[in-house]
Design a protein around this ligand. Structure first.
Ligand code: GDP
Ligand code: MG
Length: 240
């Protein structure tokens, strides 16, 4: 965290995950409180800012969207660019079914991030495999000042679709919990933290969060977006 007097503290939060899982929509929902149904894919590396007051700290939450980075990766996988980037990407490549390749992001992109959200689409099982790779990528490339990994929280997004039609669901609650446990996603201690720190006047931050390490979210309905973000913010404040 970079401290800037009066302007507040900057918290860079990465929103990562496979394409089309709802990353841009989650940022839109949290920062602008909207869900544009027919939006176009974000061009370039984009981020949105939200100012949040936590106790006596003004936090400038920077939400980093990876749209542009993803595009660069996809381009580099086209035959011509693939040839050029082969040597570099070959090292990190993980093959699945002989075609899927995962490179992850450049370490410079991860620099100074204090937390990350990994998003997957609850109706698309392959995006859960993606979530696993994104988690490993973050753990390998970004660290807090004390050398610890940054907190990473899992968002099981598009939950509104499950509420409409349970059969679209690609895994059970138990499987989801086991996945979080195995891949070491951040656990909920928000409630305890607020109590210990005696944070008052914090209606937004004060919620009972059972000890689970993921949020079922919907950028469309707004389900758990704010709760999930508040949880991450309390984690960030704890590490300050
Ligand atoms: P990104 O590629 O991860 O940034 O994903 P986008 O935010 O661009 O979303 C991809 C598509 O999924 C868009 O058509 C969104 O409208 C849709 N989408 C995103 N979040 C949700 C959600 O929570 N529920 C539903 N039903 N659709 C969503
Ligand atoms: Mg996007």
């Amino acid at each position: 965290l970079e401290s800037r007097e009066e302007k507040g503290t900057v918290a860079k939060i990465l929103v990562i995950g496979d394409v089309c899982t709802g990353k841009t929509s989650i940022i839109q929902r949290y920062v602008y409180k909207t869900f544009p149904e027919n939006h176009h894919a974000t061009l370039g590396v984009d981020f949105a800012l939200k100012r949040v007051r936590v106790e006596d700290t003004l936090l400038n939450v920077q939400m980093w969207d990876i749209a542009g980075m993803f595009k660069i990766q996809i381009i580099s996988l086209s035959p011509f660019f693939f040839f050029l980037s082969f040597k570099k990407t070959n090292r990190n490549k993980k093959k699945k079914g002989g075609q899927e390749r995962f490179i992850g992001l450049a370490p410079t992109y991860y620099k100074h991030a204090v937390a990350a959200i990994v998003v997957f689409d609850i109706t698309q099982k392959d995006t859960l495999n993606g979530a696993k790779k994104w988690k490993v990528d973050v753990d390998e490339k970004v660290f807090l000042r004390n050398g610890d990994n940054i907190p990473v929280v899992l968002f099981a997004n598009k939950w509104d679709l499950i509420e409409e039609n349970e059969s679209l669901r690609c895994l059970t609650d138990e499987e989801l919990d086991a996945f979080c446990e195995q891949n070491h996603f951040e656990k909920g201690v928000c409630f305890e933290y607020c109590k210990k720190k005696k944070i008052k006047n914090l209606k937004n931050f004060f919620f009972v969060f059972k000890k689970k390490n993921r949020f079922t979210t919907s950028a469309k309905s707004g389900l758990n977006i704010k709760k999930g973000m508040n949880f991450i913010i309390t984690k960030v404040m704890k590490n300050k």
